[in-house]
Design a binder for this molecule. Structure first.
Ligand SMILES: *Cc1c(COP(=O)(O)O)cnc(C)c1O
Length: 352
């Protein structure tokens, strides 16, 4: 017996990566930052906790003002959400009347939200090498969404092709999910004045150490943002709670710390890529804070379980095109050295 509305009975929800005891496991499975938040964050949150009796600021001024300045946009061109997942949710709910299209190998929530909002979704196969060709979206209708760099592949699509698509289709909305842009590539944010059909989505979860705070944003022309706010004020105007606002405001005052951790992650990523190659892994050229790798001698599932037994958690997607691969979040240098050592042992066992 169920009380759930009929139309939701076939929903397939998102499968989040496991959250585990970090005393026991090295956690490389959800693309969080391995580093603690910037020094000022804790204090700001503690202070904000004194005022939890009051509703949070609906304008999210403490974040919006410095973030708009950092991005070089007007505050009216900025929308803040409870994680970028919430921003994406509003996009799927509100901007998909003519359908939406996205790649077959990408962020799992696009499919989930299509199901939730019963959107007419077209899934377009990436090329054999997982690269994205926007020309394949030319003949379709409606909104286009993709992650850049893409997840779980880490492949970055240069701006040129995106701009050409935006120009060919001024009446179609193009959503670029830039969750990983700080780790490689050039943000499209600077082009929102030029393209009224461009909406860029970003997050504080990956490069700003605030995955648990849930803070994401959308950047686009004022009409797009006003429409997002129309949806938000029809659901939950207080979507960004006051502790998160304080954390987000504080982290924007600590850009030097954030930048240093980004550089560290990029260095560790490139080191790890080299080491994996030495071990015989094949990889995409990931520009994210994660690696996407497969080994010719061991199935993805086997490797996933072998690593888990050694208390290292990575992500394995049981899907036809990606089942040979592991997505490995870039941890600290020490964590990645441990990963390489464990993989070396596992592979020695195979060669024997
Ligand atoms: C992690 C991720 C998100 C979600 O980020 P939150 O802001 O934590 O909700 C969105 N898009 C992509 C591609 C991601 O990898």
């Amino acid at each position: 017996m169920t009380f759930l509305n009929q139309k939701y009975l076939t929903l397939t929800p998102y499968t989040p990566g496991e959250q585990v005891d970090e005393q026991e496991y090295i956690k490389l499975n959800t693309n969080e930052s391995p580093y603690v938040p910037a020094p000022g964050v804790q204090e700001a949150v503690a202070e904000a906790s004194q005022k939890l009796n009051r509703y949070s600021d609906i304008a999210v001024e403490v974040v919006a003002k410095p973030l708009a300045q950092y991005l070089g946009v007007k505050q009216e061109q900025l929308f803040l959400g409870n994680g970028s997942d919430e921003v994406l949710s509003y996009i799927f709910q509100g901007f998909t009347e003519k359908g939406i299209a996205f790649p077959d190998v990408t962020y799992g929530f696009y499919q989930v939200y299509s199901g939730l909002y019963q959107v007419d979704a077209t899934v377009v196969s990436l090329n054999e090498d997982f690269s994205l060709d926007l020309k394949e979206y030319d003949e379709l209708k409606g909104t286009v969404i993709f992650a850049n760099p893409n997840a779980p592949t880490g492949i970055y699509l240069s701006q040129e092709g995106i701009c050409e698509f935006l120009e060919r289709h001024p009446d179609r909305l193009v959503v670029v999910d830039e969750a990983y842009i700080d780790f490689g590539g050039k943000s499209m944010v600077s082009l929102i004045d030029q393209y009224k059909n461009l909406l860029v989505v970003g997050t504080f979860s990956k490069s700003r150490q605030l995955a648990g705070a849930r803070l994401g944003f959308g950047v686009g022309n004022t009409e797009l943002i006003a429409d997002l706010n129309r949806l938000r004020f029809s659901l939950n105007p207080y979507n960004v709670n006051s502790l998160t606002q304080a954390a987000g405001g504080a982290v924007l005052q600590e850009q030097a710390y954030v930048d240093q951790k980004i550089q560290e992650t990029i260095q560790v990523r490139e080191w790890s890529k080299q080491e994996l190659t030495k071990l015989g892994f094949e990889q995409t050229d990931s520009q994210g804070n994660f690696l996407f790798a497969k080994h010719p001698k061991l199935a993805g599932e086997t490797l996933f379980h072998a690593l888990r037994e050694k208390k290292i958690l990575v992500r394995w997607f049981n899907q036809p095109r990606t089942k040979d691969y592991l997505r490995i979040t870039v941890g600290t240098q020490e964590q990645m050295e441990r990963l390489i050592a464990v993989l070396t042992t596992i592979l020695e066992g195979v060669d024997a």
